[in-house]
Every structure is written in C-alpha cells, then in structure tokens.
Design a protein around this ligand. Structure first.
Ligand SMILES: [Zn+2]
Length: 699
C-alpha cells in the first residue's frame, strides 16, 4: 500500500524494468541496496506511472478475488502490494528533500497531484473496502494474533478516515480536494525554498563581522564563494546561518536586517508569497473534514493520535503557555538590565533576544557557547552515538561502500553485537547544499518486516551542517549536537523494529508519539560517558573539562522561556487555524490577532511563522500536529525519570524495558498501553515542567 509507503526488495519483477533504473529490484548485499547512483530525474515520471499502474492491478486482484475472504488473502495480500512504487517513491522522496533543484521541481509539481489521486483510487475502491471491513468485523478476527488484529484495525480506520464510506459524489469531490492540496503543498514548499535560496545578506567589510566567531566567518566566506563572489561574506536565509548571526553579531542594524529577512520567508511580495496558498489550504482542509463527518480538520487529524482530541492537546499547550511566557518577562528584564549596564539605552527587540540572552548566559553561568564548540566535532559525536547504540541496543556500526546519490553521503552497516546478525543500513547525509531543505530529519528507505521473508530496514539521517575547510573537523553547536542525537533516536527507533507487518513497522506510529524515542535519546549526549570519550578538543584531543560540563548542566534551564514560547506560539496558531472551521482565513490577520489575544511577548516571534511553516503547510503530516513535540516531551521527561530512579541512563534493566516496550514494537501496540508497560503507570506532566524549569503545573 502506498498510503503508507513501505519499500521492500521482495516483490515480483515489475512489467517493464528493462530500461528504467528506478524500476529495478534492489539487488546485492544486505537484502538489496537502492541503486541511487543510477537515478536521472527524467526517469521519475515514467517510473512513477508504471509503478502506480502495477499497484492498481495488484489491488484489483485482491478486491476481485473469488476465494472466500480471509485475513491472508485480503490484509496480508495488501501488505505485499505497491512494492515497486515504494522503491520509486523512496528515490523520489530523496530528490524532493535533498536534491530539489530546478530540473526536479517541475516533475514534483506534476507528480504530487497524481500520487494523491492514486492513493484515493485505492482507498475509494468499494470492493476492496468491503473486504477490509468484513475482515475487521468478522468473528474470525478473534482468532488472529494481536498484531494481526491491530493491522485489521489500522486498515479499517485508515480507509474510513480517507472516505471509504462516502457516496460517489463526495468521493469525487474528496479526491479533487486531495489533488489540489498536493499541488498547494508543493507550491508552498518550493516558495519557501526559493526565498531561502535567493535571499541573503552580503557583508563587505571586516567591520560588519564584528562579534562573529571564526567558524561563522569561515562559513559565511565559503557561502560567498559558493555564490561565485570573489570577496565578501554571505549570511544565507536559513536557520543554520541566521541563528548564529543573531547570537553573535554586534551590529544591531545588521541583526535587524537578517532577522527581517528570515521571518519574512514566504511572506514577501511577488511569486513566492504563500499567504493565498495558506488561505486555500485551510479552506480545503475544512471542507474535507466536513465531508468526512468531522467538526474540523483538527478533530479529523487527532482522532487516531495519542491525544485523541484537539481539546486534550490544547489543554497541554495552555498549561505550559502561562509559565513559559511569564519566564520570558523575567528573561527580558535580565537582558534589559545587562544592555543598560553596557551603556546601551535600548528596548529589547526580537533581533536582540538571542544576542543578549547569550551575554546573560555568559555572565550568569560563565558559559560561552564558543568555549563548548571546539569540543564538539561532528565525526567524534557520530562515534559517540554509535557507542550509545552499542550500550543500549547492542548495535555495532561499520562503514560500507554502497551506491549513493551524492558524494557527501556515507553509509554504515548495523549488526547485532552478540549474534553478528545484520540489522540494517544507516545512511548519513550531514551537509547543507543547494536544493536540500533546511533542518534535520530521519527517513526510512525500507521498513523492517518478517511476515513472508525477513526484510531488514534501511534508514537515513539528514542535517544541514556547514562543511568546514577541506580536512578540517566540522565543529557544531551544543544545540546541533542535541539535534544530531535526536535524529539518531529516530534512526534507532527504525533499526530496533521487530515486527511482522510493514505497515506497523518502526517509526510508523502516531505523530504525537514518534518524537518520544528521538527526544529521549538526546539525553545520552549529556552523560559523562559520552562527553569524556567523544567531546574532545579538536586541537588538543583533551576531553571537555568537567567544570564546563557542570556549567552546561547548570545552564540547561536557561532561556527556556524563549525556547518554549517561540515553540508554543507556533503550536497554538497551528491548532487554532485548524479549529477555526470553514470561515475564510487571512493568515496574516489571523496570526496577528491570535498572538495579541494570547499575550505573545513582543520581544520574540513564532519559531515558524505561518508563511514558512513547512511542518503544517508543506504537507498534511504535522498539520494540527505541531503540538506533538510537547506531547512527546511529556513522555520523554517522564521516561527519563525512570532511568534516574533506577540509578542512571545506562541502567540495563530500564534499557531492556525501553527496547522491549518502546523501540522494537512499532505500531503493533497502542502507544498508551506500550508506555504503561514500560513505566508501570501513565505519564505525568510534572517531570516536563521540572525539565524546563517551570516549577509546578499551572492551575
Ligand atoms: Zn524528531
């Protein structure tokens, strides 16, 4: 099924695989390797078309099977379909997210609606749905394994939620909406990418670099050369470039200029403006929710999550909002006082926040991020992650040479330390480049499964580190190191998967649960075991001094007002926009009025303003779902306490429970039950409030 893509090498040979490399089986070692070095963008369209046709034929055979229906000839059979399309969309997804250049973009614009229509053709197949529904309702279901019963539930609810019970006219309208939305998501993403690529602030003199650390200057010089400039420095319009500039630049005017550029992505006059796109997306989502019988898009989206209802999600967001925004007022007071003491008679503005927060951090905790960075070498930290995976999961990593889509990409084989058994492959694509979307993410090229053959997984981690001078180690910030461990947590979630059916495998869990394993893994970065072995000074090789680690620890709750409030404001706007029903929404007005009503502190801005909110408008995935990070963090903070109570993060007993009940089970168990099995009780919010330094829960 492509509604939940699940690449695998085990399918029958496709009809016409002779000339198009995208249609080839994955052959060779490790259960088959994607031939990513053979892809040409002109192959995507014919490959996608052939693979979609193949899947429709497979699904038709199941829908029209004359044999009496069973779990095997319906649901297990469906798990075997769409294998070719899974392989093609794996490559298509890689190009879309990491090689999205001008030759690929028209293909994406054309194919996105076709893929949406294809998915609807399957979920709207009445004969197929009646079989799924019959298996789900059959008394024979009780004889299935718990995992098979969960799969039956998943198919039944996914089809109903996608409109399988609607009449023909409603189905036609629904499919038209989905196709239009797919086109709009593509436009939205490409518009943001265009502003990030085309806009920059060019610095021409040493004076304009005042305050910037060496690494940032070097990165800015390299960015200028990459743009063909012989001299000068470029601050690119991406977070990895903008945030450090705002933290260190002494030039207030330039800070304001860079800040305005960054928060205006997708909001500038001209062809890349996203406001009309957002209005149309919200209207279509509201119409779709109504067609499907839900009050709003948010109600539809949250039904099959852990939160279950928007009300429960909003309740959590609002419980944290008051202490977080209250903390902002304290942070601003501290910054204001420090600015005054330096003779700067200014009012703290959003472009001052990171700059003065850094100064307060230095003053209060004697902690300078630039003092930390020389110890954070990307490659050493990668080795540190491997070491953690060995301690907790018994995994070993060894580099392998397999075909890749870009020379920056490296691949490791993962094996089980005890048995030597092959576990999977881990692809690592660490560096920023033109056409790669910003941020960091994990994805799965092939899901683990076992119901026919033993199929191992292939996962990848992607980020946007700025490459240093040739041969020089890449030094990253503490925040980036945390993100590195976070994404590796997603990868370990995929690699640990031990289930039968691919639709239930690995990270295919509810959105507000999927961030839990990844956020939890962030904690191992801070352990002395990792820091003493792997946080080594790039020149002296000395481990990071304990006094510095202590200062990092003491400062861990610093600036949580800012971090939590910039996140929460985005999460609340996302939720409110999708609870607003079908009234037309001007995103600019909606954002301004909602923030005013919330009492958004004027000194900061949403982490993602609506015109650039890719989580929410680049696809359906995180729509009415940005709250998921906080929801998952309640679990994360509470689960972390389980380790603390047991004596530490390397406690073998808790680690075994973590593998057994969380990392290995995919979506075979309801997440609330899985968490209870791990912890012995439901999660409690107090640990989260302590972690962020907010004291007791707001009444
Ligand atoms: Zn994540």
């Amino acid at each position: 099924m492509t509604t939940t893509t699940q690449p695998s090498p085990t399918a029958d040979a496709p009809a016409d695989s002779s000339t198009n490399p995208l249609l080839l089986q994955w052959t060779g070692a490790f259960g088959g390797i994607p031939p990513l070095d053979m892809v040409s963008v002109e192959d995507f369209k014919p490959a996608l078309e052939a693979a979609m046709a193949e899947e429709i034929a497979e699904v038709e055979r199941i829908a029209n099977d004359p044999a009496p229906l069973t779990f095997e000839n319906t649901l297990a059979a469906l798990e075997r379909t769409g294998r070719t399309l899974d392989r093609v969309t794996t490559a298509y997804g890689i190009w879309s997210s990491t090689l999205n250049t001008s030759d690929f973009q028209p293909i994406e614009r054309e194919m996105a609606p076709m893929l949406a229509a294809h998915s609807d053709r399957i979920t709207q197949n009445a004969a197929l749905f009646s079989r799924i529904d019959a298996v789900y309702a059959s008394p024979a279901k009780a004889t299935l394994t718990p995992e098979q019963q969960r799969l039956a539930w998943l198919y039944q609810t996914n089809f109903v939620r996608a409109g399988a019970r609607l009449d023909d006219a409603a189905k036609t309208r629904l499919s038209a909406i989905n196709q239009r939305l797919a086109a709009l998501y593509t436009s939205f993403s490409q518009n943001v990418l265009a502003d990030e690529t085309d806009q920059m602030v060019v610095l021409n003199s040493e004076a304009e670099l005042a305050g910037l650390p060496r690494s940032l200057r070097d990165g800015a010089a390299a960015a200028a050369r990459a743009k063909g400039m012989q001299t000068g420095w470029v601050i690119s319009n991406t977070r990895s470039s903008v945030d450090p500039f705002l933290t260190y630049s002494d030039n207030r005017e330039l800070r304001e200029k860079v800040w305005r550029m960054f928060v205006s992505r997708g909001d500038n006059p001209g062809a890349n403006n996203n406001n009309a796109v957002i209005t149309e997306i919200l209207a279509l989502r509201a119409e779709r929710a109504k067609l499907l019988g839900y009050a709003t898009h948010a109600h539809w989206r949250l039904e099959n999550t852990m939160a279950k209802t928007p009300e429960r999600a909003v309740e959590l967001l609002e419980a944290v909002w008051r202490p977080a925004s209250g903390r902002v007022a304290e942070e601003v007071r501290d910054m204001q006082a420090l600015a005054l003491s330096e003779g700067q008679n200014i009012t703290i503005e959003p472009w001052d926040y990171r700059y003065y927060a850094e100064k307060v951090r230095k003053q209060r905790y004697d902690l300078d991020q630039n003092e930390v960075k020389p110890y954070l070498q990307l490659e050493r930290l990668r080795e540190g992650m491997f070491w953690v995976a060995g301690e907790l999961f018994g995994f070993d990593f060894s580099p392998v040479t397999v075909p890749v889509y870009h020379p920056d990409v490296r691949v490791w084989e993962v094996t089980d330390r005890q048995s030597g058994r092959h576990i999977g492959l881990w692809y690592f694509d660490p560096y920023a480049r033109a056409g790669k979307r910003s941020g960091a993410w994990m994805n799965s090229y092939r899901r683990q499964e076992r119901f026919d053959d033993d199929v191992t997984t292939i996962v990848s981690n992607n980020s946007n580190f700025v490459m240093g001078a040739p041969g020089a180690p890449v030094l990253i910030s503490w925040d980036d190191a945390t993100t590195l461990f976070h994404e590796f947590g997603h990868a370990l979630h995929g690699l640990s998967s031990n289930v039968n059916y691919p639709s239930l495998s690995g990270t295919a869990v509810p959105r507000d649960y999927v961030e839990f394993p990844s956020q939890l893994l962030e904690h191992w970065l801070t352990t002395p075991q990792v820091l003493q072995r792997f946080a080594l000074h790039h020149e002296t090789g000395q481990p990071i001094p304990q006094s510095l680690v202590d200062r990092i620890e003491r400062a861990s709750k610093f600036n949580q007002g800012f971090a939590t409030t910039e996140y929460l404001s985005s999460a609340i706007i996302d939720m409110r926009m999708h609870l607003a029903g079908d009234r037309p929404i001007d995103p600019d007005v909606f954002e301004r009025e909602t923030l005013a009503e919330l009492g958004m502190p004027r000194e900061l801005v949403m982490r993602h303003r609506t015109p650039q909110f890719l989580h929410v408008f680049g696809g359906d995935g995180y729509s009415a779902g940005y709250y998921s990070y906080l929801w998952s963090d309640v679990l994360t903070a509470d689960a972390y306490q389980a380790f603390v109570e047991a004596g530490g993060l390397y406690d073998p007993g808790v680690a075994a429970r973590l593998r057994q009940h969380i990392f290995s089970i995919g979506n075979t168990v309801d997440p609330a039950d899985a968490y209870r099995a791990f912890r012995g009780r439901d999660p409690e919010i107090e640990a989260l409030m302590r972690k962020r330094g907010f004291g007791a829960v707001a009444p």
